[in-house]
Design a protein around this ligand. Structure first.
Ligand SMILES: [Zn+2]
Length: 353
């Protein structure tokens, strides 16, 4: 997530000119909140564990989780329309046209990938057919489908079928058209989300964020706090609690397997049986794995990509993760794999006691 956050950093400070979102309920039910984001700019993106927290100049906020397969892409506006596959399901696009001239509107269309070689200029200024929704005063809505875009406005009652230059992947859930770029949130398996809050303070005080344990990527990782939180579960096995964000934030399945190997600890030992030096060894290994991942651009397993769509190189560095049946890099014994609580655990039975 830290890699993603860094990739998205360059869109901060830019004004949101338009937002397209999937008609999936978790996005469409936020229509009025999305509408409130139009015209404001993105102030900051911070990370807490596996969440990205967006704050906007108008004091709104948004909580983003990538779920299993969420990815962000940032494109310079010119390339939109060339790189993206055709879209296949209905999506809604909110555009802030308040105060825009026809020229500005057309340039927005161009950014969106629509063909404007034969712009029906008068269709933008004089309506000719009916309105299919109830737009907010002063805003214009596009209704996108595989045939093109329909535009409607409360002032002029315009609708127009544009010849679409297809740019929507069916998996795109959210798209921000900003001053200098387009940021796209794609989520194939749809476990991710982007929840908008009318006040960012409400978001920052969510219990799930307040309760987070020390962060694996924090330079000042608090070992004592980690130890205290871990020891609340003496009867749990160590590998289970490394995936609990209340114990350690930002640690996924890859990190926990790699860290347990580095710390030479058997994943199934009871926490109550670990001594102080073992817990400290584990904490150091976790921080080391986190730092390595940052250096190598994160891992790209399970369709992870950083914000620019580039694949990370972390997976070339795995010691045990995904290496079942291969020799241990340290003692050459065969790496073991087992499913535990639906997640794969990899370890070397010789090195990890
Ligand atoms: Zn070994």
């Amino acid at each position: 997530m830290e890699i993603v956050r860094r990739g998205l950093k360059r869109i901060t400070g830019q004004t949101i000119r338009a937002i397209a979102y999937s008609n999936r309920e978790k996005y469409s039910q936020q229509a009025s909140l999305f509408s409130d984001l139009l015209g404001t700019s993105l102030r900051q993106i911070v990370r807490r564990g596996k969440w990205l927290l967006f704050t906007f100049e108008n004091s709104m906020g948004a909580l983003n989780h990538l779920g299993m397969s969420g990815r962000w892409f940032v494109y310079e506006s010119e390339v939109i329309g060339q790189d993206l596959a055709s879209f296949s399901k209905s999506q809604t696009l909110l555009v802030d046209f308040r105060g825009s001239s026809i020229t500005e509107k057309l340039s927005l269309f161009e950014k969106l990938g629509f063909s404007v070689e034969h712009p029906p200029l008068n269709a933008l200024s004089h309506g000719n057919t009916s309105v299919s929704s109830n737009p907010v005063e002063g805003q214009e809505f596009f209704h996108l489908n595989k045939h093109g875009a329909k535009i409607s406005t409360s002032r002029k009652e315009v609708t127009h079928e544009f010849s679409a230059h297809p740019f929507f992947s069916p998996h795109i859930q959210l798209m921000f058209i900003l001053d200098g770029s387009v940021a796209i949130f794609e989520d194939v398996r749809t476990f991710g989300y982007f929840r908008v809050y009318s006040n960012s303070q409400t978001m920052f005080s969510l219990p799930s964020l307040q309760e987070l344990g020390p962060d694996i990527l924090d330079k000042a990782f608090d070992i004592k706090e980690f130890e205290k939180r871990l020891k609340k579960y003496p009867r749990s096995v160590i590998c289970a609690k490394l995936l609990d964000p209340k114990v350690i934030a930002g640690c996924g399945n890859i990190y926990r397997n790699e860290a347990l190997f580095l710390a030479k600890l058997n994943p199934f030992r009871k926490i109550g049986n670990l001594d102080k030096s073992e817990i400290h060894r584990l904490a150091k290994a976790l921080v080391q794995v986190g730092a390595t991942a940052l250096n190598y651009g994160g891992s790209s397993i399970q369709s992870f990509a950083n914000a620019e769509g580039a694949r990370g190189r972390m997976q070339e560095r795995f010691l045990v993760y995904g290496k079942a049946g291969f020799p241990c890099p340290s003692c050459s014994s065969v790496i073991q794999k087992t499913k535990f609580q639906q997640r794969s655990v990899y370890w070397c039975s010789q090195c990890q006691e």
